[in-house]
Design a protein around this ligand. Structure first.
Ligand SMILES: C[S@@+](CC[C@H](N)C(=O)[O-])C[C@H]1O[C@@H](n2cnc3c(N)ncnc32)[C@H](O)[C@@H]1O
Ligand code: SF4
Length: 421
């Protein structure tokens, strides 16, 4: 028995990984002989036409503002306890607001690696960005307590609100997303929806994000029913990203003796995997025609590997045709930037230990077209990948011709909104 992937999977409309929600598909494991044959990691900017290296608009800007989080989810490698307690200074906030006023940005995601609503005055930052005509999105646990009226009002003007909610079993939720309270989350959500209706505003697109693991995958149908009952417009079942996949990632939350530890889906016994299949297929039926359901291919792959272990020995299908130059299917250096609480700008949302600039010493408008990021762009376009790109498992492989066509397409899409979902 195996999952009928065509019946279960609903692809994301953009077909692109969603930076900052940390759940995208895994790449092929590159065999050592392929890695050896890859060109050396010294991308040369002169090998690529300048028009492909320079951006004049941005699809998404991610903003961190704080490293503090109110929860301690057992599987989180992004907001370890040791990183908490740092806040953006006002100067950096002003730099970002100046940037969005002068550079075409399709939308800003106020989120980051911790919990944005823990930043004092986050709602004022959001309000100023809205006043500058920027559309806003957030990824939040919606759990810090009941939001103030000002917070509710500003959230009701967001374009998208992705709430991390792995189960509707309140006791289980509290043990895994440690301390999260289902009542707080749902009340906050309904208050935002109430405000949008009251003010005649377009309802934010509410997304329920579920990190799947051995404990909650068998409850997929119950979670889908709950998402429908709450008025979510979309439900995502995403893959549990492992610690080794996050360069510079850390997890000091697993040691909590009062929490419930979780394992990857692939560690389920076969009877539980079969139960998970039934739950997922029922979730598909429940959502059909009502809300969008995105199940990441990695989730289905892990279950299929349990049900059909022989598949694990099969060579993965190489998506790169013979004779083509291997690269990664990644647009992040062109369409997404992420500013950390201290102004540091990494090359993408996965790399945490190498920076391409800092907005305290250089305006963001210069950082996003500086030589630092152009080296990543040139590396991807030529297959001369930077070391971080070579080992990245967040995106699949492709060839340089295909990636160049995607980049040209992105760069030529005209105007605000043209490059969004
Ligand atoms: C790091 S959190 C930051 C935003 C906010 N604190 C929240 O939890 O929504 C961003 C997203 O990553 C997810 N996440 C955390 N650890 C993950 C992991 N190991 N694998 C996959 N997703 C993960 C969270 O559930 C959340 O949806
Ligand atoms: S996943 Fe949990 S611990 Fe990690 S940042 Fe979000 S709420 Fe905090």
């Amino acid at each position: 028995m195996a999952i009928d992937a065509s019946g279960v999977m609903v692809e994301s409309p953009k077909g692109l990984p969603d930076p900052l929600s940390y759940g995208s598909s895994v790449a092929l494991e590159l065999p050592p002989e392929v890695l050896r044959d890859m060109p050396s990691p010294t991308p040369n900017l002169h090998d690529v036409p300048e028009e492909l290296l320079h951006i004049t608009k941005l699809r998404q800007l991610g903003v961190e503002l704080t490293t503090t989080c109110n929860l301690a989810c057992v599987y989180c490698h992004f907001a370890p306890l040791t990183r908490r307690g740092k806040d953006a200074e006002q100067g950096m906030v002003e730099n970002l607001i100046d940037f969005v006023k002068q550079f075409p940005v399709d939308y800003v995601t106020l989120s980051g690696d911790a919990e944005i609503t823990m930043y004092k005055g986050w709602d004022e930052v959001a309000r100023r960005m809205l006043a500058a005509g920027i559309e806003l999105r957030t990824i939040s646990n919606f759990s810090k307590g009941l939001f103030s009226e000002a917070e509710i009002d500003v959230f009701s003007q967001f374009r998208e609100i992705l709430i991390s909610l792995d189960t509707c079993d309140a006791a289980l939720l509290k043990k895994i997303r440690y301390r999260a309270d289902l009542r707080t989350i749902t009340t906050n959500m309904q208050l935002v929806r109430t405000r949008a209706i009251q003010m005649g505003r377009k309802m934010p697109h509410f997304v329920c994000n579920v990190v799947t693991h051995d404990i909650n995958i068998g409850l997929a149908d119950q979670t889908a029913a709950f998402a429908l009952a709450c008025g979510f417009a979309q439900l995502n079942f995403v893959r549990f990203v492992e610690l080794e996949e996050v360069s510079g990632g850390k997890n000091d939350l697993r040691d909590n003796p009062n929490a419930q530890q979780v394992r990857r889906i692939r560690e389920l016994p076969i009877t539980e995997a079969a139960k998970a299949v039934r739950a997922l297929q029922r979730a598909v039926d429940l959502c059909k025609g009502k809300i969008a359901l995105h199940i990441q291919p990695g989730v289905v792959d892990e279950i299929n590997l349990i049900l059909n272990p022989a598949a694990a020995d099969a060579k993965p299908i190489d998506t790169v045709a013979p004779g083509r130059i291997r690269t990664k299917q990644c647009l992040m250096p062109w369409d997404f930037f992420y500013v950390l609480w201290n102004g540091d700008v990494p090359p993408c949302c996965i790399v945490k230990d190498t920076m391409i600039g800092n907005v305290a010493t250089k305006p963001l408008v210069d950082v996003i077209n500086g030589d630092g990021i152009k080296e990543y762009r040139a590396g991807l376009l030529t297959g001369n990948l930077k070391p971080e790109c070579q080992t990245c498992t967040y995106v699949p492989d492709t060839d340089t011709q295909t990636l160049t066509a995607h980049v040209r397409n992105y760069l030529s899409a005209y105007g605000k909104g043209a490059v969004a979902a």
